[in-house]
Each structure stands twice: as C-alpha cells, then as structure tokens.
Design a protein around this ligand. Structure first.
Ligand code: PMP
Ligand code: GLN
Length: 379
C-alpha cells in the first residue's frame, strides 16, 4: 500500500539496541534500567493476579490509581485534579501522547515542537494531518528563544508539545519558561501537551516545574507521565494524562478505541505502591543523582566533554576531541568497535544538527556504568 508515513523507518532505539545485542556491547542507548523495580510492586502485582483482578479495567483507569495520581499531583504541584474527569490511565506515556495529539490536531493544524524532540510526536501529528513547526534548541543550554517562538505562531497554531525534564538534552524548563509560554499563547486558542515522564528524575535545585503548577496554562494543558520511568519498569507500559474535564473527554474518545482500557492488575499494584511507599518517587532524584555523578566521575579522564545534566537519566557527551565522524556513524562505530551503544542526537532533529553529541543512559547498575566508562576512557 502507499505508505502514510513514507519517510519513517524503525526507531533509533530499536536499531541501536539490536546493534548492541549483535555486538555484545554495553547498551547505554535505549533508555531503560538494567535493574528491577521495587519488590513491593512485584508482590502486589502477583497478589492482584491471584485474587481475581484479571478482567477489563474501567476505560479511564482503576479508581484507586486515579485517586492516588490526584494525591501525588496535589502534593507535588499544589493542584488537585478531579479523579473522575481529569485523569486517564493509558498504555504508557506513548499512548497518552498519541491520544492527546489525535484528539486535538485537525488536518492543516500547526503543532510547535522543540528540536531535538522525542521521536513519537511528529508521526502522530502527521497521521492527524497536522504540520509540525520546529524551534531548534542549541547546545549546550537548549533554551527556548521566546521571540523565535512567538514569531512562529500563526492562526493555524493549535498545539505546543514540550518535554521537561527533556529527553535527550537532559535540560529542564524553569517556571519562567512556562510564564513566557503563557504570555505568548494566552490570547490564542492554543493547547499545550507537556511530556513530563521524567518528572521525578529532576536534579535542579528548584525541582521539576510542571505545567500543572501554572494556574492558567493547566486549563489548556495535557500533562503526561509514565510509571515505567518512576518505578524502573519500562516494560509495564502504564502511563497517564492529566487534563481539564473537557480536554480529557476528547482524549478519552480516542483512548477508548485505541486500547479501551489498560492492564488491570498492574494498575492496582501501582496504586498500592503509590500509597504504601510515596518515599520511592521522592527519593528518585537522589537515587539517580548518585548514578549520574558516579558516571561523570568515571568519565572525567576521558576525552569526552560531558554536558550539564539537570534531569532524566541521560547524559550528553561531546566527542569532538575523539572523532570527525557524524553522530550516527560514530554511534555505530562505538557499538561495534568499542562495545558501548549510545544514541546520536541528530535523529531527534528534522533539520541538520551538526553537533558531535551522543546520549548515554545512566539508569544502570554501578558495575555497568564503570565497565562502560572504562571502555570510553580508552578513546
Ligand atoms: N516521552 C519521553 C520523553 C520518553 O523518553 C519516553 C520513553 N522513554 C516516552 C515518552 C514514552 O513513555 P512510555 O514508555 O511510558 O510509553
Ligand atoms: N524513550 C526511550 C528512550 O528515549 C525509548 C522508548 C522506546 O524504545 N520507544 O530511550
């Protein structure tokens, strides 16, 4: 058939993880932990499976989980969404993003993305007939130029997609960024999709700035998160969206025919976990800061230049002093010849991205990080 997405191939994450496996390289490419999530979560999952929670969940998500999400949101962002109308539990953040984009974007609508941007946004926009308008963020700060942003707005602008803490740059938005965003869009009917899957992996002193903490923006916003990141269980694929009732109603129209409902026992186990051990997500910054700092320390004698990392479990490394190869070729070479797999940054950008930057995932055991650093220090 004629392809609806002719330019699209297999995702870089699948490609690099396959190449890593083929060459038995240490896989710091695709973002996932090489350790397990909390024991309690596994016990609660087994318990719910053994106790009959094996049929369809409610379309919007199990009540206990939606209520736990409300309490977590209120504690962290000073805003209490409605468990019945505002929270929708989805098959990972990926589904929430797709459902929100599908619900909001009409043919010909323009959607603003900040490049480098996570790979799932643009194909979803394209399938809805929307047009992506991109703002290129420049390393090492990757800050938004709000003048350039305002200049990009048009009567067709419908949605802005942002991501903080940001994959792949590891930078975070500040409150002032949200204030600038509000100032730019307040007079227009423009919606905001805020990808906050790394909300609990933020090292900035002022903590994670959520769109949900902005009283005006959150009336127009869909915030998306993922328990895969929070509980080190990327394979469970449970995420959610938080949006005002009218927006959630539209998202749910898509969700109910995309998946209808998601895994019942996993939702119940996560609800139990959030209630029993809220300390888990509160301690996540320290948990990952230790790994980040250990990895940076281990790379100190390498010829890579490490960029600042304020959030996520990714570290950017500039290899200008090591090689002239473009980033895609360098990552292939690094996997095959050095035995460390990484992600090239240019794949997150539509326009040429001439920088020599790779992304390394540090959600790994200390031994994995040490072994990878030892190889990278040989270059
Ligand atoms: N957004 C970003 C920025 C991500 O990094 C990821 C996954 N790594 C997702 C969305 C998708 O999350 P999930 O695995 O819960 O679908
Ligand atoms: N989001 C993960 C990353 O950035 C990968 C998710 C996927 O493989 N689709 O590495």
């Amino acid at each position: 058939p004629e392809s609806k997405l002719p330019a699209l191939g297999t995702t870089i994450f699948t490609q690099m993880s396959a190449l890593a496996a083929q060459h038995q390289a240490i896989n710091l490419s695709q973002g996932f932990p090489d350790f397990d999530g909390p024991a309690l979560l596994q016990e609660r999952l087994a318990w719910h499976v053994a106790n009959g929670a094996n049929q369809y969940a409610p379309m919007t998500g199990v009540q206990a989980l939606r209520e736990a999400i409300v309490d977590k949101t209120a504690e962290l962002y000073g805003y209490r969404p409605d468990a019945n109308t505002d929270i929708t539990v989805t098959a990972g953040a990926t589904e929430a993003l797709y459902a929100a984009i599908t619900a909001l974007v009409r043919p010909g609508d323009e959607v603003i993305c900040f490049d480098p941007s996570y790979d799932s946004y643009a194909p979803a926009v394209a399938l809805s007939g929307g047009v992506v308008k991109r703002i290129a963020l420049q390393p090492p700060q990757f800050r938004v130029d709000w003048q350039a942003f305002t200049a990009l707005l048009s009567p067709r602008t419908r949605l802005v997609i942002l991501n903080t803490p940001h994959n792949p740059s590891a930078t975070v938005w500040q409150k002032s960024d949200f204030a600038a965003l509000w100032q730019a869009i307040a007079q227009h009917e423009i919606y905001v999709l805020s990808d906050e899957v790394y909300e609990h992996i933020c090292f900035a002193d002022e903590g994670h700035a959520s769109v949900l903490a902005h009283p005006q923006l959150r009336e127009r916003a869909v915030a998306v998160s993922s328990f895969g990141k929070t509980f080190h269980m990327t394979g469970w694929k449970i995420g959610y969206s938080v949006a005002p009732a009218a927006l959630s109603a539209e998202i749910r129209k898509v969700h109910q025919y995309l998946t209808f409902a998601v895994n019942t026992p996993a939702q119940l186990a996560i609800a139990d976990m959030l209630r029993a051990q809220p300390g888990h997500y509160r301690e996540l910054p320290d948990f990952y800061r230790t790994r980040r700092d250990r990895f940076i320390q281990a790379l100190a004698s390498s010829r890579f230049e490490i960029l600042p990392c304020e959030g996520t479990y990714f570290l950017l490394a500039d290899y200008s002093a090591i090689s002239d190869l473009d980033d895609v070729s360098f990552c292939q070479w690094l996997t095959k010849e050095v035995g460390v797999a990484a992600i090239p940054l240019s794949v997150f950008c539509a326009d040429p991205f001439p920088h020599k930057l790779i992304r390394l995932c540090f959600a790994k055991q200390e031994a994995t990080l040490d072994a990878a650093a030892e190889r990278l220090c040989r270059l």
